[in-house]
Ligand binder design. Structure first.
Ligand code: FES
Length: 151
């Protein structure tokens, strides 16, 4: 389905731009580069305005994501509980920097800002599974479980 065909039904709705972008991402897995121009024309906005919305929301992705996404909390409570060390250890374990997807496309690492699991900081989300009191081994185990479930 073309981007315009996905976006057009939301034109004129309250919050239509965000809903339209979510629909594009749900259909494509990410927001392809032409999304900005198509959405700008449909909603009578500038490309910069659409880009601003896309940039503001961390859940919008401009690149395809890996099959498994590991989100490490980078918000305050988790940072105070060793979140930076955890991120460094996980980056080392998977040989990926935060914000990157592996060349094989099987894994994406990205920061997230609070998972609502502050009392069990540092926290992570592996696929759709929360990991509290996370360490690099628990993250690796969760990735392995997730991969097995997907197989
Ligand atoms: S600050 Fe990390 S889960 Fe809330």
């Amino acid at each position: 389905m073309k981007i315009a065909e996905i976006i057009n039904p939301y034109v004129g709705e309250t919050g239509g731009l965000i809903t339209a972008l979510q629909a594009v991402q749900a259909a494509q897995g990410f927001l392809p580069p032409e999304t900005e121009a198509v959405a700008a024309e449909a909603f009578n906005l500038t490309k910069a305005e659409v880009k601003g919305v896309i940039s503001f929301y961390a859940d919008f992705h401009r690149e395809p994501q890996g099959e498994i996404v590991v989100r490490l909390c980078a918000a305050e409570a988790c940072q105070a509980a060793g979140g930076r060390d955890l991120a460094a250890a996980v980056e080392k374990k998977f040989a990926l920097k935060s914000g990157e997807t592996s060349a094989s496309g099987d894994l994406t690492l990205e920061p997230v800002y609070c998972l609502g699991l502050c009392s069990a900081a540092p926290a992570a989300l592996v696929g759709d599974k929360l990991v509290g009191r996370a360490d690099a081994q628990r993250i690796e185990d969760a990735v392995a479980r997730h991969a097995k479930e997907r197989a």
